[in-house]
Design a binder for this molecule. Structure first.
Ligand code: ME8
Length: 645
């Protein structure tokens, strides 16, 4: 019997240019969720595709001197190829030039027109050509588009409008009564704020053909084509059969998740929701708007020559480290900064060192001390219960973490298991146990437990790194495919059969040595310029410096400060007391990721009030542009209150 249905989508990307790292980000995230849900036995449908109509695409085709359809055919292949290279497991790839999609758009338009939801009216206003949006005079910033800052044109013309404005109260009520409808919560509040602060106008859904030819003609007036957003949003319905294949549509709809970037949250939460309501269709369960990747603190753009090409990254690093990095580095929902430097750091420490070394070490020990076979475990000993409980804890919390797309946290918790397994080996010293026959039973238990922990790790990382998971299970001697193992089954420790023949194979993740790293970084994105270091005349003496009381602290609590984008309120344990500190790090850190983090506090600053909240000290951090990284300690057990000098 098919499992519970689960339908997830990405935005359909414009084919006006090559795919870049931002497109890869959303698609990888959707892929991870789709793979997880399939593992859990859900009947998954994962849709992605391309947005091919409208001004942007028409202009791009013109620039290349090819007809728009030919341009789309060529560009669309690049997206498809990239998804293959990144191991994306979409069930369907939709193009808005597909006949079925065009029919769906025309059918929806006709239906709304027949119901009196679409009317013709005159429009006078300012039009941003690149964004394809009308603006009111009052919205303009210095006479330019408030969204992209580019020039706008004054336009007066007749157009067709969809009655969106009258649905404002209904939409506010829907958002309020469905807490998961817009995620994360900060974005939900933003949309509510936007809706409550102004009137919601009707939506202009047509463009006169003489101004824009590349679009779907309106079924009731061939002199116009459909506005690209009205066309594009309907892909989520047409991609699952609307309206011609009612049976498929009824099984799949509504979507469980629309994943989008924060740039297109309004179109999804306001335009799409009201369109669905007018069509008499249920709304999606959740729209999740993730954050924005910058490159060394700057917007990605062709003119800055800092566009990160995912194909090049795949060639340099392989697909799986990229999938891991993008979802581990920054909590989904927050903005992040991409750099090859950070990517190499994660590959070398998390992947090559922590996971890769643990895996090869474990297999080598099974080879050496157990004849290459996973031994049968004996009685439990010291540390075993903790290892099992860490694994069990991850599995227990997994569904809830996936429900809020907490990828970074999920990976951090899996790596906690990896780190503990490494520690478990160090503490139990299998090489010493192997020296005495009496300790054989304990040796077997330790080797078995490490192997079982690695099997669990493989199943858990499968959604993120499917090929690595497959290699791990294969090297552990299992013939099972990780995609077919329900993570729920991992709750029971001991699923790994003993007697399996392990095989060594190549390292999971080769370390990137200094020479290679240098070569990669030489051609990488330009570094952010740090502030100039102190001039000679501003230098201080050692006595001056010693006046600053720097202390190691542990963050015990962290929360956002209402109305502040930048500030977090922290409770920092410095041994003798707990300090309340306001830190301007909210754009770089999620509060939940700070708990337990060791930081450096300036402990003898005069208290100050920030946004009305007392701050009793200052946390040290490095910053360049918008990018902030907390200063901390490099290994070692530093206790709260230790003096830093
Ligand atoms: O907006 N960081 O297409 P688009 C993170 N066709 N994500 C990014 C990003 C960045 N720097 N840049 C792009 C469109 N994205 C419409 C969508 S849907 C019915 C129509 C990702 O090619 C992110 O998901 O401009 C963002 O929402 C999307 O690409 C925009 O892609």
């Amino acid at each position: 019997m098919p499992g519970k249905k689960f339908y997830i989508t990405t935005p359909i990307y414009y084919v006006n240019d090559q795919p870049h790292i931002g497109h890869a980000y959303t698609t990888i995230a959707a892929d991870v969720v789709a793979r997880y849900k399939r593992q859990r036995g859900h009947d998954v449908f994962f849709l992605t595709g391309v947005d091919e109509h409208g001004q942007k695409v028409q202009e791009a085709a013109k620039k290349r001197n090819v007809p728009p359809k030919q341009h789309c055919d060529e560009l669309c292949v690049r997206f498809k190829d990239l998804w293959r290279a990144l191991h994306i497991s979409n069930d369907y790839f939709i193009r808005t030039t597909d006949e079925a999609h065009k029919d769906a758009v025309r059918s929806a338009l006709q239906k709304l027109h027949d119901k009196g939801e679409i009317y013709k009216g005159s429009y006078e206003g300012w039009y941003c050509l690149p964004d394809e949006r009308f603006w009111m005079e009052k919205d303009l910033v210095d006479g330019n588009c408030p969204e992209c800052g580019r020039k706008v044109e004054h336009i007066k013309e007749y157009n067709y409008f969809f009655k969106m404005g009258s649905r404002k109260d209904w939409l506010v009520e829907h958002i309020r009564s469905h807490p998961d409808f817009i995620q994360p919560e900060s974005r939900r509040n933003e949309v509510l704020g936007f809706l409550l602060s102004k009137d919601l106008g009707d939506l202009c859904i047509s463009r006169p053909k003489e101004r824009l030819a590349w679009g779907i003609p309106l079924p009731f007036d061939e002199g116009y084509v459909t506005y690209v957003w009205f066309d594009a949003l309907l892909n989520y319905a047409s991609g699952v059969g609307y309206p011609s294949d009612e049976k498929q549509f009824r099984t799949r709809w509504p979507a469980s998740f629309h994943l989008v970037g924060k740039d297109i949250l309004t179109t999804h939460s306001v335009y799409w929701s009201t369109m669905l309501e007018a069509l008499g269709l249920p709304l999606p369960e959740s729209i999740f708007a993730h954050g924005w990747w910058t490159i060394n603190g700057r917007k990605m753009s062709k003119s800055l020559q800092n566009v990160v090409e995912p194909n090049q990254l795949v060639d340099e690093f392989g697909a799986e480290p990229i999938r891991y990095f993008l979802l581990r580095e920054v909590p989904f929902g927050l903005d992040g900064d991409f750099s090859r430097h950070a990517l190499i750091g994660r590959i070398n420490s998390d992947l090559a060192n922590n996971l890769g070394n643990l895996f090869s070490r474990a297999l080598q020990m099974i080879m050496k001390f157990s004849g290459g076979e996973v031994p049968a475990p004996g009685a439990a000993g010291e540390g075993d219960a903790e290892l099992k409980s860490i694994a069990g804890g991850i599995v227990e919390g997994l569904n809830a973490q996936y429900q809020v797309l907490a990828f970074s946290k999920i990976l951090a918790s899996i790596w906690h298991l990896v780190d503990f397994s490494n520690k478990y080996i160090v503490v139990n010293e299998p090489w010493s146990l192997a020296k005495s026959d009496e300790k054989r039973a304990r040796l077997n238990t330790v080797l078995y437990n490490v192997a079982e922990s690695l099997r669990i790790t493989a199943v858990l990382i499968y959604p993120f790194m499917p090929q690595t998971a497959g290699r791990m299970l294969d090297q552990l001697g299992l013939k099972t495919d990780a995609s077919g193992v329900d993570p729920g089954s991992l709750k029971e420790w001991g699923g790994l059969p003993s007697g399996l023949k392990v095989n060594l194979g190549d390292a999971l993740f080769p370390r990137i040595d200094e020479k290679r790293a240098k070569k990669i970084l030489a051609g990488a994105e330009p570094a952010a310029l740090p502030d100039q270091a102190t001039e000679e005349k501003d230098r201080i003496t050692i006595e001056d410096f010693m006046k600053v009381d720097l202390r190691a602290g542990v963050i015990r609590e962290a929360e956002r400060i209402e109305k502040s984008k930048k500030l977090l309120k922290l409770k920092v344990d410095i041994g003798s007391e707990t300090r309340q500190v306001c830190a301007g790090i909210a754009e770089s850190y999620a509060p939940e990721d700070l708990l337990g983090k060791k930081i450096i506090l300036v402990a003898n600053l005069q208290p100050a009030k920030l946004m009305g909240i007392e701050s009793q000290g200052m946390v040290l951090a490095a910053s360049a542009g918008d990018r902030i990284i907390l200063a901390g300690f490099n290994g070692g057990e530093v206790g709260p209150g230790w003096k830093v000098k």
